[in-house]
Design a protein around this ligand. Structure first.
Ligand code: NAG
Length: 363
């Protein structure tokens, strides 16, 4: 019995460590990155095509490396074939900028712009599926997830955040907002929703769906923030604040999973403090990646034997827009740079702007 148990533990440790690839710093110049956020990517050897991308953001005092080793997103990336990018916060305290007007504004600057440009670069150069880019994070990284949902709804399909605060709750001159953290910043659903809409004025596309987790015993970011997030995201999606379903003891004892239609999900963890542990497989479910397998191209296909698509699996996929003469590059698509051979004219009303010698983008 003892030997069997030892064996099982040994296998568990071995499989946890046996990654097909390793964490690598992104050295390419991926565009404007005003606060110099460092990026680290985990790219498994076998990818799904086109490839989903998850941006995974650490807590204050954390690092990209710590979040890489402290969550099992990389193991899941091996299993499902997506890429994970772990940004590293540039401040000495290791917190994300979730307070400045720049970071809270679409293309306004701050930490969020560097991350947004990494996403655009990954779509243009890594074969990343523009319709399957996601964000997750813990604490400060959860706040940053909400920032990205509000300021870059065009880039993200969904977010899943652990123990954060609403988009804009920290807005102001200080990096830390005690009033918000202590759950004393209460606003109407309309005011919270307006704040999200102000992140990207005029945006009319589909917004990312948002899942948030919070513990009732959180004394760092008080659980009132969970209620404020419910107000915010139900207002953004124009749905009732009364859950359409609330399942007890899900996904585990003491947790409750409340849904407000298909786009807002609020999971409350009784007696859990700061922070709720990452539930990575649950987050993948929310992102719609649970049944994805390397090599497959159908996001919803539960089978593992998807027939090959007509596109041969080339290793360095050129932008899909490459071809007939006269083709134009779409908003945010690549339109120039060393080694690039696709369309160099942008679809109206966008113009081709050089980020660096290797990459120009339609902005
Ligand atoms: C869901 O139900 C639990 C009790 O089972 C409750 O504590 C929680 O507040 C409910 N969630 C929402 C969002 O109403």
């Amino acid at each position: 019995m003892f030997a069997l148990r030892t064996f099982i533990i040994a296998v568990a440790i071995a499989s946890a460590n046996a990654l097909t690839s390793s964490l690598q710093q992104v050295t390419a110049n991926f565009g404007s990155n005003p606060t110099n956020v460092k990026m680290y990517q985990y790219k498994p050897t076998a990818l799904a095509t086109p490839t989903p991308l998850i941006i995974a953001m650490h807590y204050c005092t954390g690092t990209a490396q710590a979040y890489f080793s402290g969550t099992n997103l990389a193991q899941l990336a091996d299993q499902h074939g997506f890429i994970v990018v772990y940004p590293n916060a540039p401040t000495s305290g290791g917190c994300w900028d979730v307070a400045t007007t720049a970071t809270l504004t679409h293309n306004g600057g701050g930490d969020s712009l560097g991350i947004a440009n990494l996403v655009r670069y990954a779509i243009a150069n890594w074969g990343v599926d523009a319709s399957r880019v996601f964000a997750t994070g813990t604490s400060s990284g959860a706040m940053m997830t909400n920032v990205l949902m509000g300021a870059y709804p065009d880039l993200f399909a969904a977010g899943s955040l652990y123990s954060g605060v609403p988009y804009g709750c920290f807005a102001g001159p200080s990096a830390w907002n005690s009033q918000c953290a202590q759950g004393q910043l209460s606003k109407t659903p309309q005011a919270w929703g307006d704040q999200v809409r102000s992140g990207y004025p005029g945006f009319t596309g589909t917004r990312p769906k948002v899942q948030f987790w919070h513990g009732t015993a959180d004394t760092t970011l008080y659980p009132q923030n969970f209620q404020e997030e419910i107000k915010q995201w139900t207002n953004v999606f124009g749905v009732s604040q009364t859950p359409t379903a609330n399942i007890s003891n899900n996904p585990q004892s003491g947790y409750s999973r409340a849904s407000f239609g298909p786009n807002v999900q609020a999971i409350l963890a009784q007696g859990v403090g700061h922070t709720v542990p990452e539930h990575e497989t649950d987050t993948l479910d929310w992102f719609g990646l649970s049944s994805l397998t390397p090599g497959s191209s159908n996001p919803g296909n539960p089978g593992t034997t998807t027939p090959p698509t007509s596109t041969p699996p080339t290793t360095s996929a050129p932008p899909a827009t490459t071809s007939p003469t006269g083709a134009t590059a779409a908003h945010y698509a690549q339109c120039g740079g060393i080694g690039y051979s696709g369309p160099t004219v942008c679809a109206a009303p966008y113009t081709c702007k050089a980020a660096n010698a290797y990459y120009s983008q339609c902005l």
